[in-house]
Write a protein that binds this ligand. Structure first.
Ligand code: KG4
Ligand code: ZN
Length: 358
């Protein structure tokens, strides 16, 4: 079974061809550079850039795979959630290929792409506990099966990656902020500033990063003669300390709420073996190390896709498409791209994440 997958929901134009032996036959990816000057992704620019590059990305991908398009069994595309202009480009391309090749179209939830990525790169069986941390989402879920999720917690404001990006912007570190903050944090003192951990005492598995970001802003403002962020002049070693303290606190919040989720997971899903992290922020080595320790302490196996499969890519969409296709989930050609598309079928559990207590 061979599936082609297309990703275009944010600022990566990507395609990949995978098979059911977990082999990546071909892939191609273009990270759009145009957004750097704006300090964040500009939706209109992203959509135009996807349109401009999608054909050559597909061509490269097919050349690398060295197979005929006719040998593909299904065509998948990230069909939401995401920036709708970009999503439409990928979905329409996949639908056109589906018609031309007479092969089924599979609409993939971008979040399901992140959620299932560890199953192509690591040996992970259902059910597993997942921390999904990206630029747009921050959720703790039980992955019960393909298309079957139980959401235990979510951020009530900013996503973790968004907080990294905003902190980086305040410190003049550019976009995307995560890798830059991580790099600076490596030489900083994580004990220098004590930062708030919003929601840390609540008995549920929800998270909040907005107050943490505001606390960083207040520190940055003290380096400005007139309190204007743009005028702040911060010595490099202080930037490193701020980054280290932010990263330490954000990671601690994630680990503490995951601790609650693990207790629930072990009780409700005793057959589950893995703690998985995915999404762009899962590239963060500091977070991966802390999660490894947390998993081991709780008798779980830690699994994270290689870093290049944590940030947006075509392989995760092709793989999720393959997993859906082999379960018989194909999509009609009038499937409408969805700017919002929650992953879980069930409403999020309220306080206690289904019984988890502090
Ligand atoms: O999954 P992704 O590529 O796109 C979305 O679906 O959002 O995630 C991008 C996010 C950005 O916010 C970026 O700053 C963050 O992932 N990120 C990181 C690191 N690498 C990327 N955050 C922290 N540390 C990193 N090393
Ligand atoms: Zn993503």
């Amino acid at each position: 079974m061979i599936v082609l997958g297309i990703e275009s929901s944010c600022d990566e134009t990507a395609a990949a061809i995978v098979n059911d032996k977990k082999e990546i036959l071909g892939e191609a990816l273009l990270s759009q550079e145009e957004h750097k000057a704006f300090g964040g992704v500009v939706p209109e620019i992203a959509a135009r850039s996807h349109l401009e590059h999608i054909d050559s990305i597909l061509e490269q991908c097919c050349q690398r795979a060295n197979i005929k398009l006719q040998d593909i069994d299904a065509v998948a595309a990230a069909s939401g959630p995401g920036l709708i202009g970009g999503v439409i480009v990928g979905v329409m391309t996949a639908k056109a290929l589906s018609i031309a090749l007479n092969k089924p179209f599979v609409a993939v939830n971008h979040l399901e792409g992140h959620a299932l990525a560890a199953r192509i790169t690591n040996d992970v069986e259902f059910p597993y506990l997942l921390l999904l941390v990206s630029g747009g989402h921050c959720q703790i879920l039980v992955v019960k099966d393909v298309d079957k999720y139980e959401r235990l917690g979510t951020t009530i404001d900013d996503a973790a990656g968004e907080a990294y990006d905003k902190v980086a912007k305040m410190l003049g570190l550019g976009y995307p902020g995560g890798p830059a903050v991580e790099k600076m944090a490596a030489s900083g003192d994580e004990t220098r500033f004590s930062l708030p951990r919003p929601l840390i005492g609540s008995s549920d598995c929800n998270l909040s990063f907005s107050g943490l970001k505001t606390a960083v802003r207040k520190i940055v403002e003290t380096y400005s003669p007139d309190g204007e962020l743009a005028h702040a002049d911060i010595p490099a070693h202080d930037v490193a300390d701020i980054c280290a303290c932010f990263q330490y606190t954000a990671t601690d919040c994630l680990c503490r709420k995951l601790g609650k989720a693990i207790a629930y997971f072990k009780q409700q899903y005793p057959q589950g073996k893995h703690l998985v992290v995915s999404g762009g922020v899962a590239s963060n080595t500091y977070l991966r190390e802390k999660l490894q320790v947390l998993a081991e302490k709780n008798g779980l196996i830690f699994a994270a896709p290689p870093i290049r499969f944590c940030t947006d890519n075509g392989v995760m969409i092709a793989w999720a498409g393959l997993e859906r296709f082999r379960k018989g989930y194909t999509s009609p050609l009038d499937f409408k791209p969805r700017p919002r598309w929650p992953l879980d079928n069930d409403a999020p559990k309220a306080a206690g994440a289904g019984g988890v207590k502090a």
